[in-house]
Design a protein around this ligand. Structure first.
Ligand code: GAP
Length: 444
């Protein structure tokens, strides 16, 4: 993870938040390449979950919601972690993350000091709205995006004439006051989620649950993720969230071990039932095609972390490869094998020399390509070094402009993964890149 986080910082993917003040725990900033990568991951998910489904629509609900929302959802009462403190070294632990023998003996795993009793700690960030800081002005930063969907489900049925089964997808920030935030951007206090809530008729929920498990698995396969680094984990009875009847996590083999990447949950009619109770509004679905049958829909949720997906995609793409045996440090390259649809830079244009009109020709080609692709330009340093810089940024294609380009209008197209080079007429370059992206198969 150390190698991943230092490459991420060096190349402008992720920086520590407020670094000049010593950093802010649990918060990270996404630099020029990071924001591009994050936007592409969000774009790929959005396409998969909305554009490719006729019956799934999008939503962007606000982060601040009426505080009753969180009473209804059960978060005020149940969204807690068990917490213990060491009286001696003042370290703070999640009781479920330290060895049971330390908990039983009330012994700090770090210094051996005495631990406090376990107490419940609510993960929601609480603040005040308006000038008065009293109990009437309490407001929460949302700990999941899902509730913004539930409170809008009737609006969307009415405005978009949705019929069950249908889904609502949303990408947005969520906040949790996490006790332990190690492992880079894996678990943070501020993060982004990509959630889709699928509304189904009670009794069909188990079928849809298994269908969505299949679809979410296939999605990662399509992105070229190493499938032997993914596995399912079904929640046992003591792991199930307060709203869930059944839940499976897709876990990824991160450098620190297998960890949750995304959850698929059968939330039953819990959420809409509770919002009915707390708001006093009738949230039943009226099935006009079926004698106006009324029921509270069941909800199948697919819930992925966007920032956690970014970490997974970064870890999955990271490779160090020996490319020569000359006995110097250039024998090795670091390469990020991003799927071309996700890579922050799709194509880099590199003139072999700055002089003799090569730079101008390269700029001209770049101007043409940047209409269709994220196109970078680099004219500084030896060509080999420039290729390495692009490999480290995960750029799948480099285009080199040389003297022959001036004579016959061809350029060199270099592939990141194989490092192969082919000559392509300039006029065919854009179409060739497009067909290479479409046909992309990960080779390592
Ligand atoms: N709406 C259901 C829900 O929020 P969750 O399992 O608590 O379920 C879903 O969270 C996903 O959100 C997780 O699989 C993970 O990818 C991401 N996530 C949760 N907490 C996170 C945190 N503190 N930092 C980064 N990502 C987090």
């Amino acid at each position: 993870m150390e190698k991943i986080s230092s490459l991420a910082k060096r190349r402008g993917f992720v920086y520590q938040s407020s670094e000049i003040y010593g950093g802010q725990n649990g918060a990270w900033d996404y630099g020029p390449l990071g924001v591009e990568l994050k936007n592409r991951i969000a774009g790929a998910w959005w396409k998969e979950m909305t554009r490719l489904h006729d019956n799934i629509v999008g939503l962007d609900a606000s982060i601040l919601m009426h505080p009753r929302t969180w009473e209804a959802s059960g978060h005020v009462e149940n969204f807690t972690d068990p917490l213990v403190d060491c009286k001696k070294c003042k370290s703070r632990f999640r009781a479920d993350q330290i060895p049971q023998e330390n908990l039983t003996a009330k012994k700090c795993p770090d210094c051996g000091g005495e631990l406090t009793d376990t107490r419940k700690f609510n993960l929601m960030f609480k603040t005040h709205i308006g000038p008065a800081e009293d109990s009437a002005s309490i407001i929460y930063l949302r700990p999941e995006t899902a509730q913004g969907i539930y409170v809008n489900y009737k609006n969307i049925i009415q405005s978009n004439r949705m019929k069950i089964p249908f889904g609502i997808a949303q990408i947005g920030k969520a906040f949790r006051n996490e006790i332990s935030t190690k492992n880079f951007i894996f678990r943070t206090c501020e993060f982004e989620q990509m959630e889709m809530q699928y509304f189904v008729k009670p009794g069909t929920d188990e079928e849809w649950f298994s269908e969505w498990r299949k679809q979410r698995w296939a999605y990662y396969e399509k992105l070229g993720i190493k499938m032997d680094h993914l596995r399912w984990h079904q929640h046992g009875p003591d792991e199930l969230a307060h709203y869930a009847k059944d839940a499976y996590d897709i876990e990824y083999l991160f450098p620190m071990g297998w960890r949750e990447l995304e959850g698929v949950h059968n939330r039953t009619d819990y959420d809409l039932g509770r919002h009915t109770q707390f708001s006093g509004k009738d949230l039943q679905y009226i099935d006009q095609d079926n004698n106006n049958e009324r029921y509270i829909p069941y909800i199948i949720e697919t819930s992925a972390g966007l920032t956690r997906n970014l970490l997974m995609i970064f870890c999955d793409a990271y490779d160090e490869e020996q490319v020569a045996e000359k006995g110097n440090e250039d024998d090795w390259r670091t390469v990020l094998r991003f799927h071309p649809d996700l890579a922050p830079i799709t194509v880099a244009i590199l003139p072999l020399m700055k002089k003799d009109g090569l730079a101008e020709l390269a700029q001209d080609i770049r101007a043409e390509l940047k209409e269709d692709y994220a196109a970078d330009y680099d004219q500084s340093g030896a060509i080999g070094r420039r290729y390495r810089r692009q490999d480290e940024a995960g750029t799948p294609f480099c285009v080199t402009i040389d003297y022959q380009s001036k004579e016959d209008g061809t350029v060199t197209l270099r592939f990141r993964d194989s490092m192969e080079q082919v000559r392509v007429p300039r006029a065919e370059l854009s179409a060739r890149i497009r067909s290479e992206i479409k046909a992309y198969k990960r080779i390592k």
